[in-house]
Every structure is written in C-alpha cells, then in structure tokens.
Design a protein around this ligand. Structure first.
Ligand code: ADP
Ligand code: MG
Length: 157
C-alpha cells in the first residue's frame, strides 16, 4: 500500500510554489514520475522543483522536448526528462534511460512517466496532474517508497 495525497491548485504560481516547497525534502536518488495530458502542468511543476533547490533560483526550466533529457546545476542536480516524443520502451533502453534515472546524486523528474512503464526503475514518487475548470489542477501524489515521506509531509506546510 502506498501513501496517497491529493492537492488542488488554482494557478500556475500555486503549482510552482507547491513543488518548490517539496523539493528540499527530496533526497538524492529521488525519481518523480509526472503523468498527465498536455497542459496539465508537468513542466510548471518541474520549474517549481528547480526554484526550491539551491542554485535553481535563476534557472530557466522549459520543456526539453527535443533533447529528451536536460540536467540543471542545482544541489542536488535536477535531471528533467520528457518522454513525449519517445516511441517505446526499446528507444528508452537505447538512450540508456534506466542508467539516467538511477542516479543517487540527482533528483530525476520525468514527464510522461507512464511511457517508461515496463522498465526496471527505482521506486518513484508518482504525481498525476489533471486539469479542472479554468486554472484548477488536481494533483495526486503516490509514493512507492518511505524515502518520499518527508516530501509528502512538506506539502501541508
Ligand atoms: P505540461 O508540461 O503538462 O504539458 P505545462 O506545465 O507546460 O504543461 O503547462 C501548463 C499550462 O497550464 C501553462 O500554460 C500554465 O500557465 C497553465 N496553468 C493554468 N493553471 C495552472 C495550474 N493550476 N498549475 C499549473 N499550470 C497551470
Ligand atoms: Mg511539459
């Protein structure tokens, strides 16, 4: 059984603030799996993570659509992957995706995480984002591992 938390935000700024509150409580080796349609707020969430980490205040985090993986010089390092253009699991194996996400010195955030289903990945904090009316977004966090307990608790603060 994995602990589940649900949160609703009503603006881009709120989603960003939520992510930056969580970021300092994520240990190196964290894997965040972001799931949700285009425009759900996955990239906004990753921008918030960067803002919440030392060295990330000035970073411009965008959609790494063409490069698939981008690394930011925060502490710990923030690795941002976007699997939108990935054709399948074989392609992910081809770019060494399993090695990229299994990085004990980094926080790894993966958009379209469901596309990596079937790979042997470390335990993840899954974040499902769903658009509601207007700027409302519903975020559902489920943690596969106790290492994410502190981050989940930080959401309340
Ligand atoms: P994704 O990466 O999931 O495709 P983005 O993060 O790039 O989505 O874009 C989310 C879009 O939704 C942005 O244009 C943002 O301004 C808008 N938005 C509106 N309300 C919210 C909210 N509550 N949280 C996050 N983004 C929001
Ligand atoms: Mg995106």
């Amino acid at each position: 059984m994995s602990p589940v938390r649900r949160v609703q935000t009503s603006s881009e700024a709120e989603t960003r603030a939520l992510a930056s509150r969580i970021a300092p409580h994520l240990p190196g080796g964290s894997l965040l799996g972001l799931i949700g349609d285009l425009g759900a707020g996955k990239t906004v969430f990753v921008q918030g993570l960067a803002l919440g980490l030392p060295g990330g205040e000035q970073l411009r985090v965008r959609s790494p659509s063409y490069v698939i993986v981008e690394e930011h010089a925060t502490e710990p390092r923030l690795i941002h992957a976007d699997l939108y253009r990935i054709g399948g699991v074989a392609e992910l194996e081809g770019i060494g995706f399993e090695e990229i996400v299994d990085d004990p010195g980094a926080i790894v955030a993966v958009e379209w995480f469901e596309r990596a289903e079937g790979l042997a990945l470390p335990p993840a904090l899954r974040i499902a984002l769903e658009a509601g009316q207007g700027d409302v977004r519903r975020l559902t966090f489920s943690a596969d591992d106790p290492r994410y307990a502190a981050a989940l608790q930080a959401m309340d603060g």
